[in-house]
Ligand binder design. Structure first.
Ligand code: CMC
Length: 432
């Protein structure tokens, strides 16, 4: 095996002096070439989409797409999903260590104590159209928190940052559930702080003032799993958005609102919603062959939604966990014979055996199974991305806090390769 390089040399074909660049090693994963000083030589790099660029250093989440690994703070996702609840995982993401029993209780109590929204916020919901998408409402209402909770918005103060982090974690589920209630025209259900995080969200989504609501423990556990599996995923588009917005010193509510907007894009958080839409379009097991054929056809831009992943070229570790949860939920609800779920299971089976999907390592991803679980739980498609957002809030806040507390952090300011006009003189309007 060759030694790891410690330096890289950039040479030019015009005789200009070569530039030596140091290599940096992380604790896991790829080494990187440190190009920070290139600009001083008048040299810039070009990398749209950050395909080959590490934009920060972080000790929160590690992904190895080839080997199908996902760790939060070094702990494998499988162990966290099996043994922890979402409060412990959120604490871990924020503080770097798992809480002991006392810390877990204190953290849970703090979050539970902040779940209610300022009463004036009700009026903001009422300003939206009833048929507004829950994500549109969330972008607006989460952003508006900065107009209510400005007593702790000095981002240079660690205590203020912590208070805002707790407020976001506590209030985003209330905002997400109320976005749905507002759609339905049902009264907002206030949080019940004796319930756990997952149960409380289900209560705010499904309860009405007219009937007693008891969250089903198997469904609540499945929901908790969805939250844990989606809590963080390294420097994806929405997390990078949160960091970029936060790098200018913007307040945390504005940053998370921007993250929600980024997640809303169909190429990012919308895949679970798209999976269910696709299943509805396929409609019947007899039509699976036709859609598999279309997915393989290069002249047709149709893709099997819920299959494949940009980073995981092996089974997405979250998908393997969600697959088991999916079967637990379908068993609990007696839905294995429901035509929609039979169709999903048959599609999974056919695609896992089909040479096209096998040779390209196109496995069902986490969104394939989480979409099915949420549909089985009675959650409407339009809420899927909102739930992804509430889970990811834990990771966004952790990443934002990590960036702000890093003394070396700088405002994000990418460069560009300018391809527009050279200097030219304007002509008077009468001559244009
Ligand atoms: N259906 C059919 N063919 C596919 C699919 C699919 N879902 N995904 C990839 N391929 C083919 C692709 O056409 C290419 O074929 P060929 O080599 O013959 O040209 C090959 O597989 C390799 O694909 P790729 O272009 O390298 O994949 P990518 O990294 O550009 O795309 C992806 C990754 C997730 C955007 C894509 O797999 C996809 O569109 N999947 C469906 C949407 C989806 O489920 N997205 C959710 C991802 S998980 C979300 C998260 O973690 O946040």
């Amino acid at each position: 095996m060759t030694n790891k390089p410690t330096k890289a040399t950039l040479t030019f074909d015009n005789g200009a002096a070569p530039i030596e660049l140091p290599m940096l090693s992380g604790s896991l994963g790829n080494d990187v070439i440190d190009i920070r000083n290139l600009g001083k030589h008048g040299i810039f790099t070009y990398d749209p989409g950050f395909m080959s660029t590490a934009a920060c250093n972080s000790n929160i989440t590690f992904i190895d797409g080839e080997r199908g690994l996902l760790y939060y703070r070094g702990y494998p996702i499988e162990q966290l999903a099996e043994h922890c609840n979402f409060m412990e995982v959120s604490y871990l993401l924020l503080h770097g260590e798992l809480p002991n029993a006392v810390e877990k209780q204190q953290f849970t109590d703090t979050i539970n104590g902040s779940t209610m929204l300022h009463d004036q916020l009700n009026n903001i919901f009422r300003g939206f159209r009833r048929d507004a998408h829950p994500m549109a409402v969330m972008v607006g209402v989460v952003g508006s928190l900065s107009a209510f909770y400005f007593d702790s918005m000095d981002i240079r103060d660690a205590k203020h940052r912590e208070v805002s982090a707790h407020r976001l974690l506590a209030k985003v589920p209330t905002i997400a559930a109320w976005s749905y209630k507002y759609n339905l025209g049902q009264p907002f259900m206030y949080p019940q702080n004796h319930l756990n995080y997952a149960e409380n969200f289900m209560h705010m989504m499904f309860a009405t003032p007219c009937e007693k609501y008891e969250p089903n423990p198997i469904l609540a556990k499945a929901f908790e799993r969805i939250l844990i599996l989606h809590a963080d995923h390294e420097q994806n588009a929405s997390t990078s958005t949160v960091r970029l917005v936060g790098s200018s010193g913007a307040n945390p509510f504005a940053c998370i609102s921007a993250g929600i907007a980024s997640l809303w894009g169909p190429a990012h958080g919308g895949a679970n919603e798209a999976t269910l839409k696709m299943l509805e379009e396929i409609g019947d097991i007899s039509r699976i062959g036709e859609f598999i054929k279309r997915a393989k056809d290069k002249t047709d831009n149709f893709r099997l939604m819920g299959f494949g992943h940009r980073v995981y070229r092996n089974m997405d570790p979250r998908a393997a966990i969600m697959r088991n949860t999916c079967h637990e939920v379908l068993d609990e609800l007696g839905l294995h014979d429901d035509p929609m779920f039979k169709l999903a299971m048959e599609l999974e089976k056919i695609a896992l055996e089909d040479e096209y999907f096998v040779s390209r390592k196109l496995y069902p991803n986490v969104d394939f199974y989480s979409g099915i679980v949420m549909r089985a739980m009675g959650i409407p498609n339009s809420m899927f991305t909102a739930i992804f957002a509430l889970a990811r809030t834990a990771g966004w806040i952790a990443q934002w806090s990590e960036m702000i507390s890093d003394a070396e952090h700088k405002i994000g300011r990418p460069r560009q390769l300018y391809t527009g006009s050279e200097r030219r003189d304007l002509r008077p309007i009468s001559e244009r």
